[in-house]
Design a protein around this ligand. Structure first.
Ligand code: SAM
Length: 302
């Protein structure tokens, strides 16, 4: 018997997802796809959880509106905001509540009149929204990094406490700093590039305008509680530098954006997760966030 799986992801990472499939799920074949929606077929059931997916699960196939009318509880996801969903499906989705650990039934509106049905188990690190859409409000921010850290914070319920100190590597122009400062954290931003003036003006922000390779233990008189990084350098370089910081700093947690602009970086993800586990981080997870492009977040907590 064939088994089908679905993946919802951002169109700009689909090629990378296909590459991940060829490495990690060689027995799954692409079955059907539209931008942002892909299904795969396997002859045997597998645990399907590709990194490059915003959301993945079991695909129960294409359904007619009539077939969907028997559902008493389901969320509705639309591939494009411009699609007009039938009122009854919108109402069904709005009244459906799912608890952590429960199986979610997801109606995926892939075209104006094209519906697919899927199932997945709702995890704590899911956004608890249909299709893993971000629930972070759009606002004027110095950069997209604001949303990346905000989404990681929400998905992992990051235990960042009042006035804890964050070392932010690659902080300019300051999207992530803005979010962290809004959470009443103190931020030391390391970046040779210029910070947004609004960030520089904040009392709890300190800019070290240098490449992070030039910093060592002498630059830190105070304890650092978190290391956050979103640097446009290969993951190997970022991880090596963060590991160097860990030789003289003892943060409670790390939130690293790993840029995956080359296929070969995919193979490095598992060893990177393992190496942070060995360094005493008990929870180490990778998550593809709604605002991500060719990148992934690594969250490590002690
Ligand atoms: C994607 S941007 C960071 C966005 C930023 N986190 C924000 O919230 O706006 C990448 C940044 O990495 C910085 N960068 C690159 N190499 C670096 C290095 N060796 N040390 C510190 N920053 C570096 C760049 O100057 C650039 O500002």
């Amino acid at each position: 018997m064939s088994h089908f799986y679905f993946s919802l992801t951002n169109p700009e990472v689909e090629l990378l997802l296909k590459k991940e499939m060829s490495i990690g799920y060689p027995n799954l074949k692409l079955s059907y796809s539209r931008p942002g929606f892909l299904t795969f077929k396997a002859e045997n059931s597998v645990l399907f959880n590709p990194w490059m997916s915003r959301l993945s699960g079991i695909c129960l196939g294409k359904k007619t509106l009539g077939e969907l009318s028997s559902l008493s509880k389901a969320w509705l996801w639309k591939r494009l905001d411009s699609f007009t969903a039938p009122d009854e499906l919108v109402a069904l989705s709005e009244k459906s509540l799912f608890k952590i650990g429960e199986k979610v039934t997801l109606i995926m509106m892939v075209g104006e009149n094209e519906y697919w049905l899927g199932e997945y188990i709702l995890k704590r690190s899911h956004f608890q929204t249909p299709g893993e859409e971000s629930s972070i409000q759009k606002r004027e921010v110095p950069s997209r990094a604001y949303y990346k850290i905000a989404e990681a914070y929400e998905a992992f319920d990051l235990p960042m406490d009042y006035e804890e100190k964050v070392l932010e590597l690659g902080s300019a122009p300051g999207g992530a700093s803005l979010f962290l400062l809004d959470q009443e954290l103190k931020v030391i931003g390391v970046d040779p590039a210029e910070m947004d003036k609004s960030i520089l003006a904040k009392r709890n922000f300190k800019h070290i305008r240098k490449p992070f390779e030039t910093l060592n233990a002498e630059n830190f008189q105070e304890d650092i509680d978190w290391i956050v990084s979103d640097v446009n350098l290969p993951p190997t370089v970022v991880v090596k530098e963060v590991e160097r910081f860990l030789t003289f700093l003892e943060p409670r947690g790390l939130v690293l954006t790993l840029k995956l602009n080359q296929d070969r970086y995919l193979r490095m993800l598992k060893p990177i997760v393992e190496s942070f586990r060995k360094k005493g981080f008990t929870q180490v997870e990778l998550k593809y966030l709604p605002s991500h492009r060719q990148e992934i977040a690594l969250i490590a907590l002690r």
